[in-house]
Design a protein around this ligand. Structure first.
Ligand SMILES: Cc1cc2nc3c(=O)[nH]c(=O)nc-3n(C[C@H](O)[C@H](O)[C@H](O)COP(=O)(O)OP(=O)(O)OC[C@H]3O[C@@H](n4cnc5c(N)ncnc54)[C@H](O)[C@@H]3O)c2cc1C
Length: 472
């Protein structure tokens, strides 16, 4: 039994009436999806909404939600704070469209969960982006100006009373947008699984993709043979017309041609035992996500049962992008998590329920990519730590691609990008740690109101798109 993130255990404990899927058929499927996280499930659901007769199978090596989708921070964020990066990469029109769609997606996810009775503690209470030290004050100003001139700005500077809703005196300023919120991610992903099965999607859990062959029978009709391994059974095959890899951190292993397009880096999380009275006293009686403006952001939110969760990105870089067993243990960065808790909440006496970690797939641009990797084979990855809302958009993009709808989703700039590559190993991991340590020293100096060294400032600039907000 592997060590489970808190959310996942909590969600599974409530699944007394889990629905099960039928067996894999020998008749060819229209679409086979590898991976039962948000991306695989939203894609299957979108496909069923748009083309109900599509025959879809999802092959998941563990159980749905055991990857990043069941263990993330549950912060529902849009791309508005990445508007400048979007514009640099994809131009004004696409940046505008992607920011707008990401804002719509927040409401659409909420509506979907409501109409499908997915009980996942989803609260659209917005997001506060704060300055948690002096150096962070004003770092978002260029982005807000750019959003303003594009007519896209939904962020407002908060007054002193509202600032208290961030729960910490460490936050000297904050911007607030209502287009955000928080969710219990494992309950959401397990709910999506239930809905997908109800819509007729076959979901095979504990079933591992091994390999595939594209068989070109003639130029009009081709099919793909997928070898898979179900627990305690010999290797079997299924046939499908189209194949989608929605495997996130496992993409470098399963599709090595993308091995240099992502870097796997941990986000580390801590959650407290319920303490509603303490949270109330801190004005943390809402579901907004609170994020500071550093590169390795601190982000925190509460749960409806009165817990505080805090996460911190940019810790462990996995050599050669292996999804190592270190991602299935308590966080090895408890010292950093303790530092962040004390930084925001002083000499607190919070009782810790659990820590955990998981791999984020960072792309060079910081945005996901949806590629046709060979005929009728598609991949999705690169969410770069912003995937709760964005995987819903990914589902729409992938459904359009797989159905060849030739619409705005299929034509959007995230599809079939000219992907930039990270350096080869060992330079990639070595470089990542050198940059990480420089960022950490710089951010620690700024927390202490010291002037960071020029070298550390330079190293921070090299982090490019790593932050959740455009900071340089
Ligand atoms: C610790 C952490 C915190 C995060 N916090 C946030 C946050 O607060 N807000 C936010 O927006 N984003 C956050 N993210 C990012 C977000 O969680 C991801 O972008 C999103 O969940 C990706 O979904 P996915 O379906 O693509 O991947 P996953 O959920 O990882 O799904 C991939 C699936 O593929 C399966 N798989 C792999 N290999 C095989 C195989 N051979 N055969 C069959 N199945 C296979 C895996 O078991 C897994 O279930 C965080 C990520 C992490 C790791």
């Amino acid at each position: 039994m592997i060590y489970q993130p808190f959310w996942f255990d909590q969600a599974m404990a409530e699944e007394t009436n889990a629905v099960y899927s039928a067996d894999i058929d020998t008749k060819p499927y229209d679409i086979a999806i590898i991976g039962g996280g948000f991306t695989g499930l939203w894609s299957a659901i979108q496909l069923k909404i748009q083309a109900p007769n599509t025959r879809i199978v999802i092959v998941e090596k563990d159980i749905c939600g055991q990857g990043a989708s069941g263990r993330n921070g549950g912060a529902m964020l849009t791309w508005s704070t990445k508007y400048m990066s979007l514009k640099n990469h994809f131009g004004h029109a696409q940046a505008t469209w992607l920011v707008t769609q990401s804002e719509h997606a927040v409401q659409e996810i909420a509506q979907f969960t409501k109409s499908n009775n997915i009980d996942c503690d989803l609260r659209i209470d917005g997001c506060y982006i704060t300055a948690s030290n002096r150096a962070q004050q004003g770092v978002l100003s260029p982005c807000i100006r750019a959003l303003d001139s594009a007519g896209l700005n939904n962020w407002q500077q908060v007054d002193g009373t509202t600032l208290k809703r961030t729960g910490s005196a460490q936050n000297s300023m904050a911007l607030y947008s209502p287009y955000a919120g928080s969710v219990q991610p494992a309950k959401l992903v397990r709910g999506l699984r239930r809905v997908a099965i109800k819509m007729g999607v076959i979901i095979k859990e504990y079933t591992r993709y091994i390999s595939h062959t594209v068989n070109d029978e003639n130029q009009f009709e081709s099919h793909i043979t997928v070898d898979y391994h179900e627990q305690n059974k010999p290797v079997n095959t299924l046939k499908t017309k189209k194949l989608l890899f929605a495997v996130n951190a496992w993409l470098p292993k399963l599709q090595p041609q993308f091995a240099r397009n992502v870097v796997l880096v941990s986000s580390d999380m801590v959650i407290t035992k319920p303490m509603p009275l303490e949270l109330n006293a801190l004005n943390l009686n809402h579901g907004a996500a609170i994020i500071d403006s550093r590169v390795f952001v601190n982000y925190y939110r509460t749960t409806s049962d009165g817990r505080l969760m805090l996460g911190k990105g940019g810790n462990y870089f996995s050599f050669a992008n292996r999804v190592s067993s270190k991602f299935d243990r308590p966080s090895q960065y408890q010292k950093e998590l303790d530092y962040s808790l004390s930084y925001f909440f002083g000499e607190h006496e919070f009782e810790i329920e659990r820590t955990w970690t998981g791999p984020s797939d960072r792309s060079v641009s910081g945005f996901p990519f949806f590629q046709e990797s060979e005929k009728n084979v598609y991949v999705a990855a690169g969410y770069s730590g912003n995937g709760v809302v964005q995987s819903y958009l990914g589902g729409k993009v992938l459904a359009s691609l797989l159905l060849n709808k030739q619409d705005e989703w299929q034509r959007c700039a995230l599809v079939n990008q000219n992907l930039v590559r990270f350096p080869i190993e060992p330079f990639r991991t070595l470089g990542a740690y050198i940059i990480r340590n420089g960022i950490r020293r710089k951010e620690r100096a700024q927390d202490d109101n010291r002037v960071p060294s020029p070298i550390d400032c330079y190293l921070t600039k090299l982090s490019g798109a790593a932050a959740k907000v455009d900071t340089n």
